[in-house]
Structures are given as structure tokens and as C-alpha cells.
Design a protein around this ligand. Structure first.
Ligand SMILES: *Cc1c(COP(=O)(O)O)cnc(C)c1O
Length: 356
């Protein structure tokens, strides 16, 4: 079976070398030397002012909401992974869904203002498939209404907009280093901010809010281990290679499928990370047929994102988002990973085309 994604694994020996040091030091977690090294290398790689490594991308979002002191309503996108919405709910806030653009599937900035009320504290938007949101318009709205902006940049590791790392936008940007992401540390995540004050709160938040016996603020446990840092350091050595390999596969899909059905356009002012290859069919029936045909031929594909988050069954009220509902009923992400054979990319493309 061809999986829809496959984690990149560095050579075992490289990981073992770092683990030897962990066993020698007997220092397993709580800001160990490997974690500090990884934080500083990631900070440099992403040209970030402040970066904190945390256990996963979901706790990154929750800590972001907590340290910004968000309350009441948070304007968000219905087209994202469930963690974007669940962290809002988990922090006791209410997600207010604003529909997406038909072109890039990111939140439609022109629909944000009409959703703002006196209860709105922030906008939490996702750079969908690594394509940046309209950060200029969102910044203007946030200034006009004095609300915060968090970007869920889980798909956007290494993406640059006009030469600037996308993770430097917003009051906070969060990353996920889950095994399924192009850059990973098995499990992991990061919180990036330009503000020293926010960064200090994040530092305390991820470690129970205390330093020694001094309990400074409310905290939770978002600390990462030396084992995760070891894998993260090793994978980081291969990130250029990973992106180059993904790009070859992405370009091949694009050559095969462009113009045949909806495929993503990468804007010219973007340095992209080739994180996903989504396709959108004309109807849900066609999508289901294609998914089944792929599966019968040994190819896994993923309805990503599905459902549209405004349809989550545990929301207190239903808000309509026509475009997001429509796209999520017809979208499929095709297999994309570093060592997927190019012949397989051709075969998968043909299977898709046969269904049109
Ligand atoms: C992966 C992902 C998350 C969650 O990250 P975890 O590290 O798995 O907790 C959140 N948002 C988006 C958009 C994601 O793709």
C-alpha cells in the first residue's frame, strides 16, 4: 500500500550518536542541552526573534491562546485540522467561523470585519497547505479593532513570503513537528513571537509556571524530551534535501494534473515547502469514486480537511460556511513524501485522470 504520507527517518547511527550523550548525561528532559541546541538552530533557520519548542502543535496553540489572555470569541477558519478549533474550545473560548477563499482555501479577510463583535478577542487563522493567509489585510483589521492574531503555521514550516519567514507574522505563530509534517521531531511543536514579553510567558507556561520555588503564573506541561530533540536535530540536517525531494514529486503531480481538475497555485512571491498536493473534484461523488479507485489500486489518499470545522458535532451552535463545506466535501490529498517513486506519482495521476 502506498501511504498518503511517510515520515523521513535520518540514519539510525546519527540519532544513536546523540542518544549516547543523553545516556552519559542522564539528563532526559527539562531544557536539556539537545533541546536548547535545537531551539537555537530552529530559531536561526526560521530567522525567528523568539522560539520555544513544545511537546506538540496543539499545546502550542493552547499556550498561545492562554498567554495572549484571549477570552470570548475568536474568529477562525473552518478549513483546517481539528486542533485549530479544539484548542479554542479547550481554552473556553468560542470559535466564530469566517468562510475561506476559493483560490487558496485560507480565511477570507474580506469577511472578517462583519464577524467582529465587542466579544472578539483575536483571529486564529491557518496557512492552509503552507500557502500564506492575506497577512497584510489581517494585520490591518487587527490594528483597527485592537485584537490579537495567531497563525497556525503547522503546514508552513520554512515557507517565506516576500523573503520573510511566514512564522514571523502575527502576535504568535505556532508550528507542529508531528511525524506527518515535512519537518518533524516524532512529536513536537513551536511557539514563535517577536515579543520578548510574550516569549517569557510562553517559557513559564510550558513548564508549570514556576522557576524553582517561585510560582509566577499559571502553567501547563509542554516540555519536550531530549529523545525528541535528538530526532529533531538529525532531521533538521536533511531539511533542504527533504524539501527538494518533495518538490520533484509535487512538480510531477502538477505536470500530470494541471488543468485537468483543481490544483493549488503557488503564488510567485512565496518560497514554498511542498507540504501537500490537494486536488478538488467537481462533485463529492467523483471524489469518492476516485478515493475508492486509488484504494483498490493500493494507494491511500486523505480527505484533508474533512469535515469543515463548522460542522463539528460538539459545537454549541451551527454557523454556515458554504465554500469551506463545499471544498471539504470534494478535496483529496494525494500521497507525497521524500522517497515516493516518480513512477508511482505518474500511476496515481493516471488513476485520478481515469475518474474524471
Ligand atoms: C498537525 C496540525 C496541528 C496539530 O499539531 P500536533 O503537533 O499534531 O498537535 C494543528 N493544526 C494544523 C493545521 C495541523 O496540520
Amino acid at each position: 500500500m502506498i501511504p498518503v504520507t511517510k515520515p523521513f527517518l535520518p540514519p539510525k547511527e546519527k540519532v544513536y550518536e546523540l542518544l549516547d550523550g543523553v545516556f552519559e548525561r542522564n539528563w532526559l528532559t527539562n531544557n536539556g542541552p539537545l533541546l536548547l541546541e535545537l531551539e537555537s538552530r530552529l530559531k536561526r533557520y526560521l530567522s525567528a526573534n523568539h522560539l520555544q519548542f513544545v511537546t506538540n502543535g496543539t499545546i502550542a496553540l493552547q499556550i498561545a491562546i492562554k498567554v495572549l489572555g484571549l477570552k470570548g470569541e475568536i474568529i477562525t477558519t473552518p478549513y483546517s485540522y481539528v486542533a485549530t478549533s479544539s484548542s479554542i474550545l479547550w481554552e473556553g473560548c468560542k470559535p466564530i467561523y469566517v468562510d475561506i477563499n476559493e483560490s487558496d482555501f485560507c480565511i477570507d479577510p474580506d469577511k472578517i470585519e462583519e464577524a467582529i463583535t465587542s466579544d472578539t478577542s483575536a483571529i486564529l487563522a491557518t496557512h492552509v497547505y503552507g500557502i500564506p493567509c492575506d497577512t497584510d489585510k489581517i494585520l490591518n483589521i487587527s490594528r483597527k479593532y485592537k485584537i490579537k492574531v495567531i497563525y497556525d503555521a503547522a503546514h508552513a514550516f520554512g515557507v517565506e513570503l516576500n523573503g520573510e519567514h511566514i512564522t514571523n507574522y502575527g502576535d504568535i505563530s505556532t508550528l507542529s513537528f508531528h511525524a506527518t509534517k515535512p519537518y518533524h521531531s516524532v512529536e513536537g511543536g513551536a511557539i514563535i513571537t517577536n515579543s520578548k514579553e510574550i516569549n517569557e510567558k510562553v517559557f513559564l507556561s510550558k513548564a508549570f509556571g514556576h522557576v524553582g520555588d517561585d510560582h509566577i503564573q499559571l502553567g501547563i506541561n509542554g516540555k519536550a524530551s531530549e529523545f525528541h530533540a535528538a530526532v529533531g536535530l538529525c532531521v533538521l540536517n536533511y531539511i533542504q534535501e527533504i524539501i527538494t525531494l518533495r518538490k520533484q514529486r509535487w512538480v510531477r503531480y502538477n505536470d500530470n494534473l494541471y488543468g485537468k481538475l483543481f490544483t493549488m497555485d503557488i503564488p510567485k512571491n512565496i518560497e514554498y515547502n511542498y507540504s501537500y498536493f490537494p486536488i478538488v473534484f467537481e462533485t463529492e461523488t467523483q471524489m469518492v469514486k476516485a478515493k475508492e479507485r486509488l484504494f483498490k489500486n493500493g494507494v491511500e489518499s486523505r480527505r484533508y480537511f474533512f469535515p469543515s470545522l463548522n460542522d463539528l458535532p460538539y459545537l454549541s451552535s451551527r454557523q454556515q460556511c458554504e465554500i469551506s463545506e463545499s471544498i471539504s466535501s470534494r478535496v483529496l490529498c494525494l500521497p507525497l513524501y521524500h522517497d515516493l517513486e516518480l513512477d508511482e506519482v505518474n500511476r496515481i495521476s493516471s488513476l485520478v485522470i481515469d475518474c474524471l
